[in-house]
Design a protein. Structure first.
Length: 123
């Protein structure tokens, strides 16, 4: 599991969902493998099992996890690719569009922004 306490933004149940989603994205929990139980997460993050269950249920509703009765929760097939696509859309909207709007404000050509990114990426 990721590290210790939750310290992100928003309600704790959403932070739990985000942390599990992050662990799916980075390959900690591959598709069709089990994730820790509600009680294990609750102990690890020192929060209520009810809060954890609410976060995990959010991922079940989104089709990222599925339950096997009496066994536990597992990463759904296609979950990683779905999360990637969703995060890419958010990245574009929150970062790329904001970057280009700021560039427009400063009179920086988009081609110059591309060059800046290439330069920074190669360092």
């Amino acid at each position: 599991m990721g590290g210790g306490m939750l310290s992100g933004e928003g309600p704790l149940f959403r932070q739990v969902a985000d942390r599990v989603a992050q662990d799916i994205l980075n390959g900690t929990y591959p598709e069709d493998t089990g994730v820790p139980s509600t009680n294990e997460y609750a102990l690890f993050y020192q929060i209520s099992p009810i809060t954890v269950a609410k976060g995990l249920n959010l991922l079940i509703e989104q089709g990222m996890l599925y339950k096997r009765r009496g066994i536990g929760m597992f990463v759904a097939p296609g979950a990683r690719e779905h999360l990637r696509a969703t995060r890419r859309a958010v990245f574009r909207d929150q970062h790329v569009m904001a970057l280009l709007q700021e560039a427009d404000l400063l009179g920086i050509e988009h081609s110059e922004v591309v060059q800046m990114i290439i330069q920074e990426g190669s360092q």
